[in-house]
Write a protein that binds this ligand. Sequence first.
Ligand code: SF4
Length: 308
Amino acid sequence: MDFTEQVAQIKADVMARKAERAQVFAQDVLRASSFHPCPRQMYYQVHNWQDREPVSAEKQCLFDFGNTVEEHALADLNAAGYKVTRQQQPFEIPVEGGVVRGHIDGWISGGALGEQEMPLEIKGYTYEAERIDDWREFLTKAQPWLQQVPAQLTLYMLGTNTPRAVMVMVDKKGAELYPLPIELDYDYAEGLLRKAEMVYEHLAAEVEPDRVSYSTALCGNCDFAHICQPINPTLDDEGAVLDPWIIDLAELHVHTKPANDAHDDAKKVLREVYLKAGRAVLLVGPLKITQTKAGAVNMNRRKDDGTE
Ligand code: SF4
């Protein structure tokens, strides 16, 4: 091995180690940190934990880097006169049919906060941290990992019986801290508990909750999409797809423009559906999908009366 090859091997060794660490862990109860917007996904987290898509080595790099952000934030907070105690304290919230468990990053006090300790959560972001000034804004985001943030923080407050918490967002590019106040919203909290109970009810009956409407942000990033929505379309005699989630994708495809993420994701899944169906012509809602002799898959909009 020459020197160039030796150095190239460093990256290969690091990624191989990441791949080894990227395991699927058993989950027997609902967790505050993974309170997904889709109840069916939460059901799978417990009922089908072995089926979870393993984390890729690349994603493991991001997770590991995210963990280093916490140390960085704690050092900055300490240097500025804030105290963080009882790190990784576990909590448990009993609900009808089960429990919701979690760990809080720590309890923060001192400086402008005074002596009263409150739960602290530290999260690293690569964008927008400086633009978020109200925790409810997370609820409007498309990405499930952002939508989950208010649920996680609210469950921390419920689990520790405190009305306020502090979230410290760390901008992973500029390394600055952006603290955000979180106050307990009882109606929102009540909704989370009812959602947990609904999922436990389904777990007891071993029946999956209904799917949410297909969304590329949710379903396209779902670790259980392969069991929830296997790409195995049901067809009628005319070769028209009957699965509502696939028809929703075709609608999304015709109502968005190329180069838009949602459009491109929908196109990718529809292409797989077409190839799996094994038909020369596949009708999916507003789309007619065909393949050229060279192998390219074409998607054309059908006329309003369903003809091509
Ligand atoms: S694929 Fe979509 S509907 Fe199915 S569990 Fe995942 S997020 Fe929910």
